[in-house]
Design a protein around this ligand. Structure first.
Ligand code: SF4
Length: 476
């Protein structure tokens, strides 16, 4: 279809995937790729089997194990999450029965679904992509419309390769300015959420753009889009460019030969047209940002490392005030106190937010020749088995281990297990983590989690307190 009106990246993808308009703002959308993991995937497959339906497009459907898997070296047991074995067993039996492509425990392609989908070239620019997980938006960084669905939508897509969806509004977030030393994609997205709140992107497909994004490697772009859902967005996405194409080229499922060239020609037409209009545009000057760290129990309760805990709730509603009071109480902080210097009991580098090779390289550069402070339990779980192997080939594992970190197998690890009754940090401890959610009890009962970049986590692990990586660098 010819389009005379300038369109945004999101509108181009949406228009290409509408199968039918159902009224009331709902459309039937074709799904190009569908990824399953053992929690939501096993439920979707079970219901599909109960209804005696078949998987319509096996070649568009992929599955892995990540959420409940044990990550201790060698994985002596498959899981220690109560009930976790049921999910693993169900998932394995049903994907095998349906002949779905499956990256099992021992498969070198196994990993956190949002890390492996782009790594393998399963998700590509211009595609629609779903998974039963809220951080599916991560992979929008390749220029796809990717969003998390419930298990009933997942079941629907298994049976029909379409889902019913409402069209989100479009937002462009312009991230401008040169980042200061020590400031990363994680700090940028935390600062954005701190400025506009956890519902700042509510109802929108949020496109990240601007000079900061242009200069960013894919690892940083995934971090931005990963936390689009913490910003309230339906999804995050980034226009594909040469950086995207170079990243995707080696993917096992990326097109090859002439098909690759044809795909790139199509992908080059995806970025928003020059005069495309967004429903909302925001601009964040990133040149003045410091490394960020959360102080409370939502990602919007965040500030620069050297900022004190705020004196007032950022929201004046009674709900906002109650949330602020609860955050102060739960986090064991007081208004006006500095977050920098708070002693920590744990440090975690992993999760779909920050566990890619660049993240591990950056943390290793800080840990090299240094030791984790006494009394700090420090854990690193690479985002995929492939990331783990690549890191090991560079000797990054040896740096982590020499520093006193546990070097784990790939999976969601404490990001999922802490709230699921599995492995967690010690009761009531204070932890700094490269993850995306600092909710109450997320990493263990009464555990206070502070979100930060892998660099800030590494520096804090070494100093035994929430630290600014620039302190370590200045000290040499
Ligand atoms: S790493 Fe954490 S946030 Fe990401 S998919 Fe796993 S449990 Fe969810």
């Amino acid at each position: 279809m010819q389009h005379s009106m300038p369109r945004t990246l999101f509108e181009k993808i949406w228009d290409d995937h509408v199968v039918d308009e159902l009224g009331n703002g709902l459309c039937l959308i074709h799904i190009d790729r569908h990824f399953l993991h053992e929690l939501s995937g096993s439920a979707a497959l079970m219901n599909l089997d109960k209804a005696a339906r078949k998987v319509r497009n096996r070649e568009l459907t992929f599955a892995t194990l990540d959420h409940v898997l044990e990550t201790t070296p060698g994985r002596g047991m498959a899981t220690r999450i109560p009930g976790g074995n049921d999910f693993l067993r169900e998932m394995t039996a049903r994907v095998v029965a349906h002949e779905i492509r499956f990256f099992d425990l021992d498969d070198p392609r196994q990993g956190i679904v949002h890390v492996i989908a782009p790594e393998l070239g399963v998700v590509l620019p211009g595609m629609t992509f779903i998974c039963g997980d809220s951080h599916t938006c991560t992979v929008g960084a390749v220029g796809a419309f990717a969003w998390g669905v419930g298990s009933s939508d997942s079941e629907h897509a298994l049976a029909t390769q379409v889902v019913i969806a409402s069209r989100p509004k479009t937002m462009r977030v312009n991230l401008e300015g040169a980042l200061r030393d020590g400031v990363t994609a994680k700090d940028v997205i935390l600062a954005l959420i701190g400025r506009y709140g956890v519902d700042g992107g509510s109802g929108y497909a949020v496109e990240f753009a601007g000079s900061v994004v242009d200069d960013m490697q894919m690892s940083g772009r995934f971090t931005l889009c990963n936390m689009a859902v913490e910003f309230g967005g339906r999804t995050g996405l980034i226009a594909p460019d040469e950086t995207t194409f170079a990243y995707l080229k080696a993917g096992e499922f990326s097109p090859k030969g002439g098909a690759w060239d044809a795909a790139v020609s199509y992908w080059r037409m995806l970025p928003s047209d020059p005069n495309a209009v967004y429903d909302l545009e925001l601009t964040l000057d990133c040149s003045t940002l410091d490394p960020q760290v959360t102080w409370g129990i939502t990602p919007e309760q965040v500030g620069g490392l050297r900022d004190p805990v705020p004196v007032h709730a950022r929201r004046t509603t009674s709900v906002g005030r109650a949330s602020y009071a609860r955050a102060i109480e739960y986090s064991g902080v007081t208004p006006n106190m500095p977050v920098l210097g708070l002693p920590i009991d744990g440090a975690f580098i992993g999760s779909c937010t920050n566990s890619r090779l660049d993240d591990l390289r950056a943390a290793a550069a800080i840990l090299k020749g240094r030791k984790v402070a006494s009394g700090v339990k420090a854990i690193c779980t690479p985002g995929s088995t492939s990331v783990k192997r690549a890191a090991e080939a560079e000797g990054i594992d040896l740096i982590f281990v020499a520093a006193g970190f546990e070097w784990r197998e790939s999976g969601c690890s404490l990001c999922a297990s802490g709230s699921a009754g599995g492995e967690s940090f010690a009761f009531g401890g204070r932890v700094i983590a490269s993850t995306n959610r600092n909710f109450e009890d997320r990493m263990g009962t009464s555990v206070k989690a502070h979100l930060a970049s892998p660099q800030t986590v590494a520096a804090s692990a070494v100093l035994g307190r929430i630290a600014d990586v620039r302190e370590l660098e200045a000290a040499g």
